[in-house]
Design a protein around this ligand. Structure first.
Ligand code: NAD
Ligand code: MG
Length: 375
């Protein structure tokens, strides 16, 4: 069962725990300062080996603190650190191999634990290494981007990229625990924070109309990095992702709703080349609005709801327009290649207004093209 509860011991409004049920239950701890909470970090450990995996931006900021907290709580622990260069381009099989080598060098046993300290790139790659080492060891996710806190650290998908495409090699491997220190978001570039907020808005759009109102009311606090507002937004997002992935862990149905805006978004990302232009969250923001307009075109949502979504995205400083220079026909061609596209034709997550979405197969290409053309 899933529930969100306040931490009674603290009574503060910045600490949250989300319990994820299903075949492999785990807890998501959310709040400021948790990376220094040695007792909490150590409670997740079964054995005597810990490997901290991080990237070149995050390790200098936080790895010493995590290591010190772990050492203080469990002096007999054997801890190693493995740092990979930052960026999506580093989410490779070669760097996955580097994490495996680090586990081997540590002499990690079956009860060892990988701590994935960083954004989704680190979490996906370190999680995949944990899934593979000795056919799977524990991975504790220590997400440091908002996107990783609300999305990639929860739900158990792990992967690396290959030249043929993103996330093509991976495994389902739920974390042992997720520990999200909201204070770590203070060093996150504002643009990365907004990208995470796009995914937060997505949860409101697909399953929680009240959450959309709450987000509208707390926009300034969230953009200013207010701990209580961020913790609440993260907890609600995680509760939604956890509930959905608990009911549909392997994406046979409902889990696909988490991809609202992603068919359009992925096409934009692919067409502009991943290096510059919109980042993932920004592309999803544009994609959600396009999905809303497509839904309105098909009579599934109202134009007023689509317009309200646009206004909310703009308030959060997110883009709502397809970047200049991307041809509608080229974007449509990308969507035909999307791995979510099925033999039956174009498949979209469409919107029925705030808090309601559904998967629709065989969407009319002419309608999609019209929306891409801004018609
Ligand atoms: P990222 O890991 O590249 O982090 C973004 C940037 O922020 C990096 O440069 C990183 O070094 C830096 N950074 C991270 N934390 C920081 C901090 N606290 N202070 C300063 N800088 C910091 O990217 P991301 O947006 O976190 O994650 C994107 C990845 O997540 C993609 O590879 C995507 O495929 C994956 N993803 C996976 C899932 C899943 O279910 N597994 C879901 C969504 C996304
Ligand atoms: Mg996404």
């Amino acid at each position: 069962r899933l529930r969100t509860l306040r931490d009674d011991a603290d009574m503060s409004d910045t600490l949250h725990t989300v319990e994820v049920g299903g075949a492999t239950p785990y807890r998501i701890h959310i709040g400021p300062g948790l990376l220094d909470d040695g007792a909490l970090l150590a409670r997740t450990l079964r054995g005597r080996h810990a490997l901290i995996v991080s990237d070149g931006n995050v390790a200098p900021l936080y790895a010493d603190r995590v290591e010190a907290a772990l050492r203080a709580a469990k002096p007999e622990l054997r801890i190693a650190r493995h740092v990979v260069a930052a960026g999506e381009a580093e989410k490779t099989l070669a760097n996955f191999g580097g994490v495996i080598d680090a586990l081997a060098a540590l002499g990690a046993t079956r009860d060892a634990c990988v701590f994935a300290l960083g954004g989704g790139v680190t979490g996906d790659m370190a999680g995949f290494a944990a899934a593979c080492w000795m056919r799977s060891i524990d991975c504790v996710q220590l997400p440091t981007t908002l996107l990783a806190m609300v999305d990639s650290s929860v739900g158990g998908k792990t992967a690396v990229d290959i030249p043929q495409g993103k996330n093509l090699v991976g495994a389902f491997h739920p974390p042992r625990a997720v520990i999200a220190d909201t204070a770590a978001l203070r060093t996150l570039p504002p643009r990365e924070l907004r990208a995470g907020l796009a995914e937060v808005i997505k949860y409101g759009a697909i399953v929680d109309a009240d959450f959309l109102h709450w987000l509208d009311a707390h926009c300034d606090a969230l953009l200013a990095g207010d701990d209580a507002a961020l913790a609440e937004a993260i907890a609600r997002s995680c509760a939604h992702k956890a509930a959905i992935t608990e009911r549909d862990p392997f994406e046979h149905g409902e889990r696909a709703l988490l991809n609202l805006g992603h068919t359009f978004g992925h096409a934009i990302e692919a067409e502009q080349g991943y290096a510059d232009g919109l980042n993932h969250g920004e592309a999803v923001a544009v994609g959600m609005l396009l999905a809303a307009r497509l839904s309105a075109t098909l009579g599934l949502a109202s134009w007023g709801d689509a317009e309200a979504l646009r206004a909310l995205l703009l308030r959060f400083g997110l883009p709502v327009d397809i970047p200049d220079g991307l041809a509608p026909e080229a974007l449509l061609a990308r969507m035909r290649l999307d791995k979510k596209a099925q033999a039956s034709g174009l498949r979209f997550i469409l919107w029925n207004g705030p808090g309601a979405a559904k998967v629709v197969a065989d969407v009319d290409e002419a309608a999609v093209l019209a929306v891409l053309r801004g018609g």
